[in-house]
Ligand binder design. Structure first.
Ligand SMILES: NC(=O)c1ccc[n+]([C@@H]2O[C@H](COP(=O)([O-])OP(=O)(O)OC[C@H]3O[C@@H](n4cnc5c(N)ncnc54)[C@H](O)[C@@H]3O)[C@@H](O)[C@H]2O)c1
Ligand SMILES: O=C(O)C(=O)C[C@@H](O)[C@H](O)[C@H](O)COP(=O)(O)O
Ligand SMILES: [Zn+2]
Length: 362
């Protein structure tokens, strides 16, 4: 039997949905109340399927269950792979009353969610995230999509899930590097909106890296609570939601430069947050001591602190020029006024941005 740890709600009126957090959920938690028709298509990948597919199937008793198994990797978050989902849906005669279920990390979740947004003009989907990063971030909030060779997440849709089912037991099989990547997004919540969470993270970072179940449950809950609140206030990133992009303008440039493969999303975001902290110091918003504190926490999570070898200032500037937050050709960045207080702005000195880029490139 499962053990429920917490339940949260993303409050979006008729599109509201629960985030259920617990252990032993896969295999025993009944997800059929969130399935309106008789068909379910589980979208997963070749790494996750052997680990959790059979258990996931047991969450849909009485339903016709089909499966699409995608190749594994950020480099497959593209049109060709997305098409495999549509192929599977059509081959198995799934109608507009089907429900998709994303079983895997953020790559599977973003692609299955986008497929759900598009298939027969939109069908419901459920998120069953199995990485730390997807449990604390990508499964919540309805951003779905794929990458383009010229820019990260450039094609996509807002499409909210019916429910998010987080089984913390799945983290037991997650490689250490992926745990560190997930911690980048966890730290992000402390830096953008919840300073007291930063204190907690400093005390618990070693326990988190060691996969201490109690610490993980708490970090997942507090992260989802912060994300659910921000998304509930600003579903489609009219303003506030952009703070969830702390470190991402730099980070997405790194991922695109690296060809979506060598750098994990969380690693790029970790370095990107250090770059945002650096620029926040240069702009006179936070102190050198604040920056040192943020950097120490990011490093203690096992994250890199320099841009990829061979990536130059000009590479950053040309890749950041296509960022989705840009307005009228101006690069908008998420900066910090204090640790735990972020906002999006185009109001910074270009020479300070250049100095930041110089400091992180070799
Ligand atoms: N939609 C959003 O709001 C949002 C938020 C953050 C990130 N993202 C996106 O999420 C993606 C990154 O997600 P990710 O970090 O989960 O990467 P991922 O989906 O590539 O998963 C990381 C690796 O872990 C494997 N894996 C998954 N679950 C496992 C488990 N329980 N045990 C062992 N291995 C497991 C995967 O197969 C993969 O090899 C990026 O594409 C990023 O852009 C989206
Ligand atoms: O949910 C959001 O909003 C975020 O920005 C969360 C980010 O961690 C995530 O990486 C997201 O996919 C980035 O979105 P994008 O719009 O910058 O592509
Ligand atoms: Zn992210």
């Amino acid at each position: 039997m499962y053990k429920l740890l917490k339940e949260l709600k993303v409050d979006l009126g008729e599109r509201s949905y629960p985030i259920v957090i617990g252990s032993g959920l896969l295999g025993s938690y009944d997800l059929t109340p969130w399935v309106s028709g008789g068909q379910v298509m589980i979208v997963t990948n070749e790494t996750v399927a052997p680990l959790y597919l059979e258990k996931a199937k047991a969450c849909f008793p009485g339903k016709q269950i089909d499966v699409v198994t995608l190749p594994d990797g950020e480099e497959y978050k593209n049109w060709q792979t997305l098409n495999l989902i549509f192929d599977g849906l059509l081959e198995k005669r799934h109608t507009r009353h089907t429900t998709l279920a994303a079983l895997g990390g953020g790559v599977v979740g973003d692609m299955a969610g986008f497929a759900a947004a598009c298939y027969q003009r939109g069908v419901p989907f459920i998120q069953i995230p199995t990485t730390l990063l997807s449990q604390v971030d990508s499964s919540v909030g309805g951003k779905t999509g794929i990458n383009h060779p010229l820019g990260k997440n450039m094609v996509g849709a807002f499409h909210q899930p019916q429910a998010v089912l987080i089984d913390t037991d799945t983290l037991g099989t997650l490689p250490a590097r992926e745990v560190s990547a997930g911690l980048a997004e966890v730290i992000k919540y402390g830096l953008i909106r919840t300073p007291e969470f930063l204190d907690w993270l400093e005390d618990n970072i070693d326990a988190l890296r060691a996969l201490d179940t109690q610490a993980l449950g708490e970090a997942i809950y507090r992260s989802c609570e912060c994300k659910a609140e921000v998304v509930s206030l600003d579903e489609k990133e009219g303003g506030l939601r952009a703070i969830l992009n702390l470190g991402h303008t730099f980070g997405h440039a790194i991922e695109t430069f690296a060809g979506y493969g060598n750098w994990l999303h969380g690693e790029a975001v970790g370095t990107g947050m250090m770059m945002a902290a650096d620029l926040s110091v240069r702009e006179g918003h936070i102190s050198e001591a604040d920056r040192t504190r943020a950097d120490a926490l990011i490093r203690s999570a096992g994250l890199p602190d320099k841009a990829p070898e061979g990536m130059a200032e000009e590479d950053f500037l040309s890749l950041m020029a296509v960022d989705k937050k840009n307005v009228d050709g101006q690069i908008r960045l998420v900066l910090m006024r204090a640790l735990g207080n972020a906002w999006v702005t185009a109001d910074y000195a270009p020479e300070n941005l250049r100095a930041t880029l110089k400091a992180f490139t070799s």
